[in-house]
Design a protein around this ligand. Structure first.
Ligand code: SAH
Ligand code: F3S
Length: 442
């Protein structure tokens, strides 16, 4: 095995999973990554099924890879992730040239599966696993990352009517705090300065210390903040439902917790939230934000929105726009509702045309962009705390790339030895997500 090509679709958790896939394969086969599928000995597709016709996209991609297999008979093709969990054996029916099918929880078995396949040339399918053993491999060395993800839990016990995650990722399982802290320490010793804690439903993290006591997300954040070399902590994605008092309170205690929060509301209409089986009301959502703003007046809130959920009327949509005005969301991910196989919402009556949905999405995105632009422009003339991640040019190495707490990219001149440091930059120019500035303090 010499070269592998991994294609990753979907959220940060899938990216994190793909990094584990690479680590375990590198350890076993001493292989290298390539961006070119045609140069690869093994092709891996790590899929996501949260939206769109994920199955169709998968088979299209596999169709392209089939041609490579016709040329290179020994090429191994493995398909994993959420679509693999959803489609299982059907993948072999439609794409018989695929060799291995794995699930999000069995990624660490890939080296074994590959060896077995090479030995017997028999198709392999392994999707289920009750434990979270895949997280054991973080100590395999990889490139230094100034900002790094740590998956702290997997799956979801909520059952929002539109969402496929509980079916593809299964029930919630949380990693132990000790294990997560070991990973954070390992990363920090390797140069990481910012940790992003990940989970499909991260604030319902329910870890258990080895000696038996429970550990909530708020406690975990406090423990990670004690690691000196870690300068910033983020977490995503939260659900307003379990955004508990203790979590709000630590915004006061832990300055390392960034001044922005992604808290998806999905819709501004209580009627639609109920149909989505999101167990909170808009006034409860607003209360959470109010409490947070009491502690951190300048905290910026971002959200996800689903547009055109079955039964969403013009009035319901207007309520979403009103909420955007009230909360002044800084950024958002917004999508047209996509019916997912096996989810309860697929049975709901939907009589809004796609044209109307597209129009609503356009209006919403324009509104949010206006907010983003407003906040970016407001930063002109201010001094921002920036974590430097890299230099941007090969030739002109003294152009640095960093990020503010509220996820704006900042480009400015400075020496390479500042990479990994938090510096202060005076902003003189702003576009939607990108700022330009001058380094003022080392
Ligand atoms: N746990 C998070 C969301 C995780 S899924 C929460 O509770 O909000 C990530 C995002 O994908 C969701 O916030 C939602 O906006 C979007 N999404 C999920 N299912 C979708 C669907 N069927 N159609 C459109 N968007 C969807
Ligand atoms: Fe999906 Fe709702 Fe869980 S959006 S990930 S079922 S909280």
């Amino acid at each position: 095995m010499k070269k592998i090509h991994i294609k990753t679709w979907g959220c940060q958790m899938n990216e994190y999973d793909s990094s584990i896939i690479f680590k375990v394969l590198k350890k076993k086969f001493n292989c290298k990554k390539t961006n070119f599928p045609e140069k690869s000995d093994i092709l891996i597709l790590n899929t996501c099924s949260i939206r769109e016709k994920a199955q169709e996209k998968l088979f299209h991609q596999l169709g392209r890879w089939k041609k490579l297999k016709n040329i290179k008979k020994k090429l191994i093709i493995a398909v994993g992730g959420c679509v693999a969990t959803q489609e299982k054996k059907r993948i072999y029916k439609r794409a018989p040239f695929v060799d291995i099918v794995f699930g999000p929880k069995t990624i660490h078995h890939l080296p074994k599966m590959i060896n077995l396949f090479k030995k017997n040339e028999k198709k392999i399918i392994k999707i289920k696993e009750n434990k979270l053993n895949k997280f054991k491999f973080f100590k395999i060395h990889s490139k230094r990352k100034i900002s790094a993800y740590i998956s702290i839990m997997e799956g979801c016990n909520k059952c929002c009517s539109f969402c496929i995650v509980p079916y593809t990722r299964g029930k919630e399982i949380s990693r132990s705090p000790e294990d997560i802290i070991l990973e954070a320490e390992f990363l920090s010793n390797n140069g990481t300065k910012e940790i992003i804690l990940l989970g499909q439903n991260v604030n319902s993290y329910k870890g258990k210390f080895i000696y038996g006591k429970n550990c909530k997300l708020s406690k975990l954040i406090q423990l990670i903040s004690k690691i000196k070399k870690i300068k910033r902590i983020r977490f995503t994605t939260s659900n307003p439902m379990e955004f508990t008092k203790d979590l709000i309170k630590i915004y006061k205690k832990i300055p390392k917790l960034v001044n922005c929060l992604h808290l998806p509301v999905q819709s501004g209409s209580n009627k639609i939230l109920k149909k989505m089986r999101r167990p909170y009301s808009i006034s409860q959502y607003k209360k959470i934000i109010k409490k947070l703003k009491y502690i951190r007046p300048n905290i910026q809130i971002t959200s996800d929105f689903i547009i055109g959920f079955p039964g969403e009327t013009k009035k319901d949509f207007q309520k979403t726009l009103n909420l955007i005005k009230d909360i002044k969301f800084d950024m958002s991910f917004s999508f047209i509702y996509s019916p997912r196989p096996g989810t309860p919402a697929i049975r709901l009556n939907d009589n809004t045309s796609l044209k109307e949905k597209k129009n609503r999405l356009y209006i919403l995105q324009k509104k949010i962009n206006k907010n983003t632009n407003f906040f970016s422009k407001k930063m002109i003339g201010t001094t921002q705390e920036v974590l430097i991640e890299k230099s941007i040019y090969q030739k002109n190495k003294n152009k640095l790339f960093g990020k503010t707490q509220n996820n704006r990219i900042v480009i400015f001149k400075g020496p390479l030895n500042l990479i990994g440091k938090i510096v202060f930059v005076k902003i003189y120019k702003a576009s939607l997500y990108k700022l330009k500035g001058t380094l003022i303090k080392k």
